[in-house]
Design a protein around this ligand. Structure first.
Ligand SMILES: NC(=O)c1ccc[n+]([C@@H]2O[C@H](COP(=O)([O-])OP(=O)(O)OC[C@H]3O[C@@H](n4cnc5c(N)ncnc54)[C@H](OP(=O)(O)O)[C@@H]3O)[C@@H](O)[C@H]2O)c1
Length: 255
């Protein structure tokens, strides 16, 4: 398959604009899922585990299918493309088969699950198609400082994200639906520690791939979960009188 440059540009621009639109709309209001659904959750919901499994799966499946539909490259050929796409798939393997199956979250609105599934499919297609059919790596790619620093940031971000999600999950006993003050790890500094990890992860990935599609996804993530971190922080401050004053919403010591 040859590179569909127009498709890559449209999807990348669309993703960035969708992120910015989401940021503007959700600056003051946050309703989509979880604690912000309020007292009247939508009529149609899906159990959290099933919802996360189904909605995240396409971001793993689509790149895998794209990889499988290509002839096997000769040794040393296209290693960079496969390694970076494999890194993207690793995140979604964790999200689909570990995070989803362990979550103790409240039921998810069906509409949000469907839109997240469409987003994950398009994002999987964008990142997979770009890396496999458009990206060019020269012989020195693995020595490039952007690749090394980007991947390092990605792994640091992923560790922060997975550890923070683990802390949140263990705040509840099975079957319990309450919110408690998270403690430990990066939660000592920010209320949105899992979101901070995820944002670092995708900006690291954008540096490692040095590509517009990956940058668009990083910007989208920042615009999508940044406001959630801010609203979670306000929720904690309003709910718990003893909420640590030192703690910020998303960026330690700053915001
Ligand atoms: N890249 C992206 O654009 C993007 C977008 C969305 C999410 N994500 C990632 O997906 C993961 C989940 O996101 P999310 O928005 O669902 O995160 P979240 O709102 O922080 O919730 C994570 C889980 O922990 C529970 N929880 C949160 N705070 C709690 C507390 N104080 N006490 C007890 N339980 C608590 C939630 O339960 P409830 O469901 O009952 O609130 C939910 O099951 C994160 O790692 C996030 O980075 C990425």
């Amino acid at each position: 398959m040859h590179c569909h440059g127009d498709l890559v540009s449209y999807l990348s621009c669309g993703m960035m604009l969708a992120g910015l639109g989401h940021l503007v709309y959700h600056k003051n209001i946050q309703k989509s899922y979880g604690r912000h659904m309020g007292r009247s959750p939508p009529a149609r919901t899906v159990p959290a585990r099933l919802a996360w499994f189904l909605q995240e799966m396409p971001a793993l499946l689509v790149p895998l299918l794209l990889m499988l539909s290509r002839p096997v490259p000769a040794e040393h050929e296209e290693q960079g493309q496969y390694l970076l796409l494999g890194t993207f798939c690793m995140h979604y393997f964790q999200r689909t088969f570990v995070y989803s199956l362990l979550t103790r979250g409240t039921p998810f609105p069906l509409g949000v699950m469907l839109s997240a599934g469409v987003f994950c499919s398009l994002n999987g297609l964008l990142q997979g198609h770009y890396l496999l059919h458009c990206a060019q790596f020269d012989d020195e790619w693995s020595a490039d400082y952007r690749y090394k620093t980007g991947l390092l940031l990605f792994y640091i971000g992923m560790a922060m994200n997975v550890h923070s999600d683990y802390i949140l999950r263990n705040l509840r006993k099975p079957g319990e639906v309450v919110y408690k003050i998270p403690t430990g790890g990066l939660f000592e500094y920010v209320s949105g520690a899992n979101y901070l990890g995820e944002i670092v992860e995708w900006f690291g990935y954008a540096v490692a791939t040095w590509s517009i599609p990956a940058l668009s996804f990083a910007v989208f993530s920042l615009c999508f979960i940044g406001p959630r971190a801010y609203h979670h922080h306000r929720f904690y401050q309003e709910t718990f009188k003893d909420y640590p004053k030192f703690r910020k919403a998303l960026i330690p010591f700053i915001f």
